[in-house]
Design a protein around this ligand. Structure first.
Ligand code: CUK
Ligand code: CUA
Length: 760
């Protein structure tokens, strides 16, 4: 009992510790002391989420230059996760275990490892135009790539490299049933991977849009079923898929249709001057369903082994046309009902609303005003335009409200959000943001039925909003309440990881992430690992120059604990986490090994390295997983070549006697009494009504089972009079009891705090 107390008293105390923020104890006092207004309190009440509370929406924001994805909740704005995508992320073991290295290797550009990514636009998989919460896609602008993240475990599963582009901005955007994930190029270049002088820009440089086929069942993009449409060397910018009435079409805006090539160093005016001369650029309208037919009929040209529909073929098939759009536009956003398309001109204070019905009527009647230099027909602006609305200086992106006709447009130069009615063409409200907003995002804003409610302003500059942290400032995501007529600013969240361009927010209950893997799971390949190891089956296999370790992890030991190898050996360590309990992740790191595994319950992960230098290499678990976490350790011994071990037993510190054994057994029996009383409490209550408790009880029962096994071993050794081993196994028996008691007490506390009823 005494030993138990030693362990559990600090645990009990930790519940009682609260932080004294201030002496003020009434709302009025706190307001006065912190200088808060009624408005502040209202905003706080709309975002504050008490402990244990959940968010209504989950946001996936691009991580910008970090090459990652940032996950946070709304309205709390609490960051929940960073997902490693194009960049190694050690906490998740991403890029540090062999399984995830294979994913990153898929993103090699022409054979070269690229561990940087400039993520821009995340997109959630859709069914009938609604977010289905199953997959997330995100693009890399710097090296045209797309990644697939499985929302079952929030892990990156696949990276595909665009076979023909050298730059990409108009991805990832999905078609309404996730048939395709679209990706449009930005800076034109030869589609082949060859050299062409800039003097051949008009002839040899091209843009394109790629339609990546997505297989929903296996959750992977299928390169062999994907195709591209060749486009002129205008800098295609963003994309959006048509929906409902416009389903089957896709829209891509562009800038620099001047096809200007800079050269400031040789006295030529810079790109920015030459790319903003014309009053209009081109909206590209493409019938991707027609494109799919042409691709299946083999009407493509192979470029770098990839199927490309030429401009000529696309024009002849009537699947591609252009419409003028405002000067240096940015953003193209299709309305939830698919009837209108909104494009903003960065250098125009107007936002232009196009009517899908009008543009289709003109296209069907072949009513074009002219063709571009590549023979693509151009529908006249007046034949496609619904309205031009003055919304502010430097409009960029638009999001749709739940209310019909109501939209929100980000105004970059004026640093504000404009709420307006695109049916009537009138401004409804304007609100300053801090500062220079890029994208904005409404809840389920890209779906056929946006939820409205909240809007996030993804601001490019934070300037004076936060405590200063040096010249590099965090980004500022501002949460705005859009449920009323007037927008209300609720919260500023600094994001210190990169510049998120776009984000998507999904209703939290649509996500169904798991809490454990099937036993022995290779999470990156989504299949049972061939290196899965079960309890008691741990082994070390040796062949000349190679050592393969099949090990396991469970509170609080790594099996094996001693690994002996020879200098120069290639060592591969496969570790399976045997835990079934929620949040019982174990890590694995070693002196001199540049790796960290994150082995979540059920997972099998692999570390691989060459044992280059003789020496002693401690390894350990890197997650504080239990009270004996620090003892979750082991040694890799790299013996010099030709080393012969002396015939000598283990030189341990402590020798144990029968008295030590008896003392340990007494402790264990006392501990068992505590466990029994906790079990009594739990089973006398309606614990089976609480899934959290049921899981804890399952875990505790498992730990108690292990305790029983160790008890048996201890007793066997005691019978043989081997009190050294008997005492040590009795100690292990107690370790399992402690884990059991820990879980039991957590279950008991949960029942007490959640009003469990006594049943017997
Ligand atoms: S972009 Cu950055 S503000 Cu890449 Cu969608 Cu508009
Ligand atoms: Cu496992 Cu610490």
């Amino acid at each position: 009992m005494n030993e138990m107390k030693k362990y559990f008293v600090p645990l009990a105390l930790s519940f009682a510790v609260t932080t004294a923020v201030s002496a003020a104890s009434t709302l009025d006092e706190v307001m006065k002391e912190r200088g808060l207004t009624q408005k502040d309190l209202l905003a706080a009440a709309k975002t504050y989420t008490p402990t244990g509370g959940r968010d209504e929406y989950i946001v996936f924001a691009s991580g910008g230059q970090s090459g990652q994805v940032i996950v946070y909740g709304i309205p709390s704005m609490r960051i929940l996760k960073y997902i490693g995508v194009f960049t190694p992320e050690p906490w998740q073991g991403y890029g540090f275990d062999e399984e995830s290295k294979r994913v990153l290797a898929q993103g090699r550009i022409q054979g070269k490892d690229i561990t940087f990514g400039d993520t821009h636009h995340p997109a959630i998989s859709e069914t009938a135009g609604e977010y289905n919460g199953r997959y997330l896609f995100i693009n890399d602008k710097a090296n045209p790539r797309l990644a697939v993240i499985d929302l079952h475990d929030f892990e990156t599963k696949q990276i595909v490299v665009n076979p023909i582009m050298k730059s990409e901005h108009g991805g990832a955007f999905v078609t309404p049933n996730t048939e395709y994930v679209m990706e449009a190029s930005q800076y034109a270049a030869p589609l082949e991977n060859n050299f062409e002088p800039l003097s051949n820009f008009n002839d040899k440089y091209r843009g394109a849009v790629t339609y990546w086929k997505f297989d929903d069942k296996v959750g992977r993009l299928k390169p062999e079923e994907s195709f591209s449409v060749e486009l002129p060397p205008y800098s295609q910018d963003l994309s959006d898929a048509g929906k409902l009435v416009s389903e089957g079409w896709s829209f891509h805006n562009s800038f620099c249709s001047e096809r200007y090539v800079g050269g400031i160093e040789s006295g030529r005016p810079p790109f920015e001057a030459g790319c903003s001369q014309k009053d209009t650029d081109f909206l590209h309208v493409i019938n991707w369903k027609k494109g799919e037919e042409l691709f299946k009929a083999g009407k493509t040209t192979k470029i770098n082994g990839h199927d490309v529909i030429s401009i000529k073929t696309a024009v002849e098939a009537g699947m591609l046309f252009l419409i003028p759009e405002p000067k240096s536009p940015h953003g193209v956003d299709v309305s939830p009902d698919g009837t209108h398309i909104i494009v903003s001109g960065k250098l125009d204070s107007h936002t232009w609303v196009y009517s899908f019905e009008k543009m289709m009527a003109a296209h069907k009647a072949k009513k074009y005003e002219s063709t571009d230099p590549y023979g693509i027909p151009i529908v006249a602006l007046k034949d496609a335009l619904h309205k031009q609305v003055n919304v502010g200086l430097g409009p960029l992106h638009t999001q749709y409200d739940a209310k019909k006709c109501v939209v929100f447009t980000s105004i970059y130069v004026d640093s504000m959000v404009t709420k307006w009615d695109y049916c009537e063409g009138k401004v409804l409200d304007q609100m300053p943001v801090h500062y220079n907003i890029g994208h904005l995002m409404a809840m389920e804003g890209d779906s056929v039925s946006p939820d409205g409610k909240y809007l996030v302003a993804l601001n490019k500059l934070a300037i004076d909003r936060f405590n200063p942290v040096g010249p590099l400032h965090p980004q500022n995501h501002q949460l705005i309440d859009i449920s009323g007529d007037k927008m209300q600013l609720l919260y500023d969240m600094p994001l210190p990881l990169g510049e998120p361009h776009y984000a998507v927010g999904i209703k939290a209950d649509k996500l169904k992430p798991g809490i454990r893997y099937e036993s022995g799971w290779d999470s990156r390949a989504d299949q049972r690992s061939e290196f899965r190891t079960r309890a008691g089956r741990e082994k070390i296999e040796r062949s000349p120059g190679k050592v393969n370790v099949f090990g396991t992890l469970i509170r609080s030991h790594i099996t094996p604990e001693i690994i002996e190898v020879t200098e120069g050996d290639e060592v591969t360590i496969h570790l399976t986490n045997l835990e079934r309990a929620q949040d019982e992740t174990h890590g694995f790191a070693m002196y001199g090994g540049n790796f960290n595994l994150s082995v979540e319950p059920g997972k099998t992960s692999t570390a691989k390295f060459i044992a280059e230098k003789p020496g002693v290499y401690p390894y350990y678990c890197t997650e504080f997983c239990s009270a004996l976490h620090l003892e979750m350790q082991g040694y890799l011994l790299v013996q010099p070549k030709g080393y012969v071990a002396a015939a000598k037993g283990m030189d341990e510190g402590q020798k144990y006697t029968k008295a030590d054994y008896d003392k340990q057994v007494k402790t264990n029996l006392d501990t068992q009494a505590v466990i029994d009383s906790v079990v009594g409490f739990i089973t006398s209550h309606n614990y089976s009504d609480f899934p959290t408790v049921v899981a804890l009880v399952e875990d505790a029962t498992e730990q108690l089972g292990f305790a029983g096994e160790s008890k048996k071993k201890a007793e066997e050794y005691a019978t043989q009079g081997d009190f050294q081993n008997a005492t040590l196994w009795a100690g292990q028996w107690w370790q399992y009891q402690v884990k059991t008691a820990d879980l039991g007490l957590r279950a008991k506390t949960f029942l007490e705090e959640n009003g469990a009823k006594k049943v017997k």
